[in-house]
Ligand binder design. Structure first.
Ligand code: HEC
Length: 201
């Protein structure tokens, strides 16, 4: 069970690579009130339409960062920059386009650092503003892009205590130790099917 405070703090510390808010701060209490208000009509165990991330179908090969780089240059670079640095907003107090790697990006403890989350998020939401999605990324493009972006340098998060029971790690958790004998490399980039298969057995 995770409290709202833990969940929100994880986003600050991982996705934003910053510090958690104080649990009694005006800012945290405001976020908590907002979350409770947004969810007030949602029944327990119900997943509202559009929530969560839909994971693209798995490839039967490892994701390929070299192919991913090509997709990045064509579809992503104009907003997120050739070095993944994003674009600072005109007021200079934040980003119009968030960085995808480097010092100001999400860190290695963030959900997006797992290939499945990155591929799913990007296939459903990017390129930004093209929600009609005639140019929707294929499964291969989404996985290969994820491999490219997540092979670039970013801040490191001390995630060693995230999975006290290593057998519960998701198939694409990129850091060992594991309950199986597949390498970190394969857990990060795939192919994932054999890992999932061995988990079932
Ligand atoms: C037209 C500009 C534009 C293009 C093109 C674009 N993005 Fe984005 N991207 C954005 C904006 C704006 C956001 C922030 C969205 C938000 O905060 O709701 C974003 C957010 C993201 C995020 C979330 C980052 C984070 O730390 O939260 C990822 C990952 C991402 N984009 C990847 C991609 C990839 C991969 C591509 C190429 C397929 C792409 N984007 C193309 C504008 C763009």
């Amino acid at each position: 069970m995770e409290s709202i405070y833990k969940r929100v703090s994880d986003c600050f510390e991982r996705s934003l690579n910053g510090s958690a808010l104080d649990s009694n701060s005006r800012e945290f209490l405001a976020i908590e009130a907002y979350i409770k208000w947004v969810g007030k009509d949602v029944a327990k165990n119900e997943h509202p339409k559009g929530s969560g991330i839909k994971i693209p179908e798995l490839l039967n090969r490892a994701a390929d960062p070299v192919h991913g780089k090509k997709i990045y240059t064509t579809n992503c670079e104009r907003c997120h920059g050739s070095n993944g640095e994003g674009q600072i907003n005109p007021e200079q107090n934040g980003y119009s386009y968030p960085p995808l790697w480097g010092n100001h990006s999400y860190n290695t403890g963030a959900g997006l650092y797992r290939l499945s989350n990155f591929a799913g998020f990007v296939q459903s939401n990017m390129p930004f503003n093209e929600i009609t999605h005639h140019n929707r990324l294929t499964n291969e493009e989404a996985w290969d892009l994820a491999a490219y972006v997540n092979s670039q340098p970013r801040p490191v998060f001390a995630e060693q205590h995230d999975w006290p029971d290593v057998s519960k790690k998701p198939f694409d958790h990129p850091f060992g130790p594991y309950a199986d004998s597949f390498s970190e490399q394969q857990h990060k980039y795939g192919p994932f099917q054999p890992i999932i298969q061995s988990k079932k057995q």
